[in-house]
Design a protein around this ligand. Structure first.
Ligand SMILES: NC(=O)c1ccc[n+]([C@@H]2O[C@H](COP(=O)([O-])OP(=O)(O)OC[C@H]3O[C@@H](n4cnc5c(N)ncnc54)[C@H](O)[C@@H]3O)[C@@H](O)[C@H]2O)c1
Length: 313
């Protein structure tokens, strides 16, 4: 296809987007470069977006860029992407601490720790630097989008865009509107998710949305099953893998998600729905208090420090 045709298609797309009231996204800011933030940066860079990655320290940002590089290398070796795709993706990722770098972003996705006060503070800190037209999105797993939006200066351009873990592999993204989210913001976000090659579902703004409303009580129940001595870590995970055909047992899945994140989601369900059936298991609380948060700290329901995971009880 000649350059003139490509330019015409590009202009046509822009005109169509304007006609639909959508804004164009070229640069994506990601705040929080943990397991979700690095995954979001990875898929955005591969899809052709410029990415600006931010966290609380340069060390964390550097570690995230390292993980992205390793994960891209794995995709190249599996022939999912080419070496050139990988090189271009890495070139598109800029990183650094000062929040004013995010002034170039058309959408900023917050993927920091699942704590409402941390997220609200991030929105207050970042909004002075954002373009008026920029969309502010959160990857929260459970917290009210409407409430988080009210901590920003742009509730109508605020939206929940909930990626699944690991982001480069999982196909789903839940999109959640807050009370004030505009149709334009929703449409632009949906188009962005589509360009990432993901499938979206729409969820209303209720605690933990769809996936975690269903998944997290199951995980919490698995921890109760362990707590009450119904089964060992191994027997619970084997039972659910072979008896319910789950690809991963619920306790290993909890370690993979992060036990702090699981606990925060259960607390949001318990507080938000005021039903004792969502009471977080005391054993889950104890693991988090011990700092045994799962894979990210090398210990949770399993110990990951050796060659193979070993149950910790
Ligand atoms: N883990 C999962 O399976 C999963 C899945 C979907 C969504 N989420 C959501 O994604 C978000 C991040 O989860 P995660 O698993 O990546 O957690 P994580 O612990 O791996 O990473 C969180 C990152 O946020 C950073 N952070 C904390 N405060 C910050 C601040 N003020 N400014 C910038 N960065 C800050 C931390 O330094 C850390 O690098 C949470 O809201 C979580 O609920 C998690």
């Amino acid at each position: 296809m000649c350059i003139v045709n490509i330019a015409l298609i590009y202009i046509n797309n822009l005109v169509n987007q304007k006609a639909l009231g959508m804004s164009t996204i070229e640069t994506v800011g990601v705040i929080g470069a943990g397991q979700m933030g690095n995954g979001i940066a990875h898929v955005c860079a591969l899809a052709g977006y410029n990415v600006l990655l931010n966290d609380v320290s340069q060390d964390r940002i550097d570690a995230a860029v390292n993980v992205i590089s390793k994960n891209l290398t794995r995709q190249v070796s599996k022939e999912v992407i080419s070496q050139q795709d990988m090189d271009l993706a890495l070139e598109r990722i800029g990183s650094g601490l000062p929040l004013d770098r995010l002034s170039e972003a058309d959408i900023v996705i917050e993927a920091a720790t699942e704590k409402e006060d941390i997220k609200a503070q991030i929105f207050r800190d970042v909004t002075p630097y954002l373009k008026d037209s920029a969309i502010l999105a959160t990857n929260t797993s459970s917290i009210s989008i409407t409430r988080l939006a009210s901590a920003s200066d742009r509730p109508e351009r605020f939206v929940g865009v909930h990626f699944m873990n690991p982001v480069p592999v999982m196909k789903l993204v839940e999109i959640i509107r807050g009370l004030a989210t505009s149709q334009e913001t929703y449409d632009t976000s949906a188009q962005f998710v589509d360009k990432l090659g993901k499938t979206l579902t729409n969820s209303e703004d209720f605690p933990a949305f769809i996936v975690n409303r269903i998944l997290m009580p199951m995980i919490n129940e698995a921890v109760y099953t362990l707590y009450e001595g119904v089964g060992s870590v191994e027997s619970i995970d084997t039972s659910m893998k072979l008896g319910a055909n789950h690809p991963m047992g619920p306790l290993m899945l909890a370690d993979f998600i992060g036990l702090d994140t699981c606990l925060s989601i259960m607390q949001v369900l318990h507080d938000g729905l005021a039903d004792t059936k969502y009471r977080p298991c005391p054993l889950l609380v104890k693991y988090v208090e011990a700092g045994w948060l799962g894979r990210k700290t090398n210990r949770g329901f399993y110990d990951y420090r050796g060659e193979n995971p070993v149950p910790t009880r």
